[in-house]
Design a protein around this ligand. Structure first.
Ligand SMILES: *Cc1c(COP(=O)(O)O)cnc(C)c1O
Length: 434
């Protein structure tokens, strides 16, 4: 399998190159050259009752066919990366929830981050320096909250890797900050005086800076990395197969969406042959994707802050992947819907506790959209992307009681925060990272 740029002006590359480069030289994002059809009806590994790591291997093998070191270990990698459940649970006769928040940092991003960590490790990217010693890689990531802690957790104490996290000071929840600053050892966390865009720019500038790059060998772990996206197909495909085998129905899949990574992975799973109706992208008040599907015109918008902060993206980069999968707008809207949900509707949903459950603000967008008149009668899987305890300051006042804290979060809350303050300039970064 080769990988192409969404902009079509760069040569095709292997998965290894795509992972190392992040962006293609023409500024596009890498996508699989084709999406093979898998035999979900007949392949015993792709059935609802197969072992999950075998299922994962069957989904991913076509994409890793040229990466011999990894291909042979895919089942093991998936066993280790997915060392927590991603259960699909019945809510009513036509609705199930896919719970993606049982990992170490309580959001779906643990899946991609852990898989990426294992993959980079095995790829043995550390080219020896002149003395033949292997060089340390520095994983750099800008985060609006959830990505940073998932990446830190996945690479923590992993030999050969340093981690640099850049988060916007004062713009994340108290518990998110605890999860970002907990790690120490090989993880350095910077509280950047600026917004998420400033963090992202700093990460990009650092990677592009020749001197810094040659010293630190940065690899990006941001959400455009294929190493995070590809494994996300596994849980979507698995949930769809399980749902269909139990009910005989073809569900729609409701995905709380920001940068569209999870939504694209769901669409890829459908393209592989998983029996899915529509992928329904639930966004918050950042409505550029919803506008695009309605008008055919792609117009990125300035980001607005909402209660579902991990989805505050005005110009989602993965829109390029969605558009390259469906160059024809009619094909796109046959497969994908999008609805924008306001903060008022998010609050109302959390407060009403549909299905008798407490939802995080992100998942609440998908729960709200699932219950719109036009979808109500159809079968549905709702992706639950984070645990509500992560966003207690939004959730608890609305439901009028506390949300109990899972043990993995509890351990992080008792540590004191340790982040280095940083001005959003490359020169400040250069002297801080020394
Ligand atoms: C990152 C995140 C999202 C958005 O996912 P994308 O892949 O960027 O669309 C949704 N919910 C939660 C809890 C997240 O952390």
């Amino acid at each position: 399998m080769k990988f192409l740029s969404t902009r079509g002006k760069s040569p095709q590359v292997t998965l290894r190159e795509a992972l190392l480069r992040g962006l293609a030289p023409d500024g596009g994002l890498y996508v699989p050259a084709h999406l093979p059809k898998l035999d979900f009806a007949e392949d015993p590994d792709l059935k609802a009752d197969s072992i999950r790591s075998k299922f994962a291997r069957a989904v991913l093998t076509p994409f890793f066919d040229e990466e011999t070191a990894i291909r042979e270990k895919l089942e093991l990698i998936c066993q280790d990366a997915l060392n927590f459940p991603t259960p699909i649970r019945r809510l009513d006769s036509k609705t199930s929830v896919l719970e993606l928040f049982h990992g170490p940092t309580l959001a779906f991003k643990d899946v991609g981050a852990r898989f990426l960590a294992h993959t980079l490790d095995l790829m043995d990217l550390m080219d020896p320096d002149t003395s033949g010693r292997k060089r340390m890689k520095t994983v750099i990531v800008a985060t609006s909250g959830d990505t940073g802690s998932a990446v830190a957790s996945a690479f923590h104490k992993r030999e050969g890797f340093q981690v640099v996290i850049l988060f916007p000071k004062g713009r994340i929840s108290a518990r998110q900050e605890k999860q970002l600053t907990y790690w120490r050892d090989n993880v350095r966390t910077f509280a950047v005086h600026g917004d998420f865009d400033a963090c992202q720019k700093l990460a990009k500038d650092a990677i592009a800076d020749f001197e810094l790059q040659s010293k630190h060998s940065f690899v990006s772990a941001n959400s455009i990395s294929l190493g995070r996206l590809l494994p996300q197909m596994i849980y979507h495909a698995r949930a769809i197969v399980e749902y269909t085998s139990q009910t005989g129905a073809k569900p729609n899949l409701f995905v709380p969406s920001g940068n569209l990574g999870n939504g694209v992975a769901a669409m890829w799973a459908k393209s592989l042959g998983a029996p899915l109706g529509k992928v329904v992208l639930a966004t918050n008040a950042n409505r550029s994707v919803t506008n695009f599907l309605a008008t055919k015109e792609w117009k990125p918008l300035p980001t607005v802050a909402t209660l579902a902060n991990a989805m505050d993206v005005g110009a989602p980069s993965n829109i390029e992947r969605l558009r390259s999968l469906f160059p024809n707008h009619n094909h796109l809207i046959e497969n994908v819907d999008s609805e924008s949900v306001s903060d008022i509707e998010i609050s109302k949903t959390i407060k009403e506790q549909p299905y008798g459950e407490v939802w995080c603000p992100h998942t609440a967008t998908a729960v709200y959209v699932r219950n719109l008149e036009k979808y109500k009668a159809q079968d549905a899987i709702i992706c639950a992307t984070a645990h509500p305890a992560k966003f207690e300051s939004v959730v608890e006042p609305l439901i009028g009681r506390t949300v109990s804290i899972p043990p993995s979060l509890g351990a992080m809350l008792i540590h004191s925060n340790e982040a280095t303050d940083l001005e959003p300039t490359l020169s400040a970064f250069r002297s801080s990272i020394r």
